[in-house]
Design a protein around this ligand. Structure first.
Ligand SMILES: [Zn+2]
Ligand SMILES: [Zn+2]
Length: 335
C-alpha cells in the first residue's frame, strides 16, 4: 500500500509515483523537481549566456508549455520570443490551440510569431506529402516535417538576431534519436546531439534543449497539475512515422517500463562518453546549397530540403516569408 506522505517534504500527501527514482511525490515537490532538473541541465551545459536572445520553437503541445513557463521564469522574457509553425495538417493546429498558446505566452511577457510551412515553401505539409505519395517517394511525412520545422526556426532565428534556438524535445525524443543514430551508424549525427556540439555552420543558430532529461510522462503530468490546456489532437501522419524510429520508440518504452531510468542512463552515458569529441566538432565546414543557399554537407550540391522537395515534384519552392517585421532586441542604450 502506498504510504500517504510525500518522500521529499514528508508533509503533504503523495500523489505521483516517479518510477526512475522510486519516490512518491506530492504535486508541489513534483513541480519543483522538474523545474530544478531543467535548470540544472541548462546550467550544466551553459545553455544560456547573459545577453542571449532566445527563439523558442513552440508546437503548442504539452512540452512547449513547460519550456515556455520555465524559461520565462528563469530568464528575461524580453529576450525571449517564440515561433509557432502551422504545418498544414488537416484537423491539427486549430486556431483555438494557437490562440491559447499566444495568450499563455503573452501573459508571461513573450511574443509569439505564428507562421506556416506554406508561408515558407508555398505548400502545406499535407500538399507536400500528397505530391510525394503520388510520385511513389518513400519518405515519411515526419522527415519532411522535421527538416522544414528546423529550417524555418533557424531562418527566423537568423533574421531576428537570436543567438539560441530552444526546442521542447524531451528525454523520450532524445533517447529515440540517439538510438536511431547508433543503429544507422551515424556517428556524427550522434555527436551533434550532444549539448556542447557547436552548430555545423555559421548560418545555423545554436540549438538548446532544456527538457532533454525530462520524461514525456513528466511534462504531461506537469501540464495537468498546472492546469494548462494544450493541443491534444494527434497528428494524422503519426502512423506513417519512419519504421526504424517507430520500432525504437516501442522498444524503449518497453525497456523503460521493465527497467525504470533506462532512457535517462542512455542519455547520461552518451553525454559523458561523447563530451570531448563533441567539443572538438567544427563550425563552418559546410557548403551552400545551389538552390536555396542554406548550408549542406560538402559532398552535396543541394541541401536535403531542396532534394526532398524536388523528389516530391515541387520545383518552385518559395523560401521566403512575406511581410517580415524585423524587430530589434536591443534597448536604446545598448545601440
Ligand atoms: Zn512534497
Ligand atoms: Zn537548398
Amino acid at each position: 500500500m502506498v504510504s500517504a506522505l510525500c518522500d521529499v517534504c514528508k508533509i503533504r500527501p503523495a500523489s505521483i509515483y516517479q518510477p526512475h527514482t522510486g519516490r512518491k511525490l506530492c504535486r508541489e515537490c513534483f513541480i519543483k523537481d522538474i523545474r530544478s532538473r531543467i535548470i540544472n541541465e541548462i546550467n550544466k551545459w551553459k545553455m544560456i549566456d547573459p545577453g542571449d536572445n532566445i527563439l523558442l520553437g513552440l508546437s503548442g503541445g504539452k512540452d512547449s508549455y513547460v519550456l515556455l513557463e520555465v524559461l520565462s521564469e528563469i530568464y528575461k522574457p524580453s529576450r525571449l520570443f517564440a515561433v509557432s509553425i502551422v504545418e498544414g495538417i488537416p484537423r491539427y493546429n486549430r486556431e483555438e490551440d494557437i490562440n491559447r498558446m499566444k495568450i499563455f505566452a503573452k501573459d508571461r511577457g513573450v511574443d509569439v510569431i505564428v507562421t506556416s510551412i506554406r508561408e515558407y515553401v508555398g505548400h502545406s505539409l499535407y500538399e507536400i506529402v500528397e505530391r510525394a505519395l503520388k510520385r511513389g517517394v518513400g519518405v515519411s511525412p515526419c522527415t519532411y516535417c522535421g527538416i522544414l520545422r528546423r529550417r524555418i526556426l533557424n531562418f527566423y532565428a537568423r533574421i531576428y538576431g537570436a543567438s539560441k534556438v530552444a526546442t521542447a524535445h524531451n528525454l523520450d525524443d532524445e533517447a529515440q534519436t540517439a538510438v536511431v543514430n547508433i543503429l544507422r551508424g551515424d556517428y556524427v549525427g550522434l555527436l551533434r546531439l550532444h549539448p556542447l556540439a557547436p552548430p555545423a555552420s555559421k548560418k545555423l543558430v545554436r540549438r538548446i534543449k532544456p527538457l532533454r532529461k525530462i520524461y514525456e510522462w513528466e511534462t504531461t503530468t506537469y501540464t495537468y497539475i498546472k492546469g494548462f490546456g494544450f493541443q491534444e489532437t494527434e497528428c494524422m501522419f503519426i502512423s506513417m512515422m519512419p519504421t526504424l524510429r517507430a520500432r525504437v520508440r516501442e522498444a524503449l518504452y518497453e525497456l523503460e517500463w521493465k527497467k525504470p531510468g533506462s532512457l535517462l542512463r542512455i542519455i547520461e552515458t552518451l553525454d559523458m562518453l561523447l563530451e570531448n569529441e563533441a567539443k572538438r566538432l567544427t563550425t563552418g565546414i559546410l557548403k551552400n546549397c545551389r538552390i536555396c543557399g542554406e548550408p549542406t554537407s560538402p559532398k552535396r550540391k543541394l541541401c536535403k530540403l531542396c532534394e526532398l522537395l524536388r523528389e516530391a515534384g515541387i520545383l518552385e519552392a518559395v523560401y521566403q516569408v512575406p511581410h517580415l517585421r524585423v524587430r530589434s532586441f536591443y534597448s536604446e542604450e545598448e545601440i
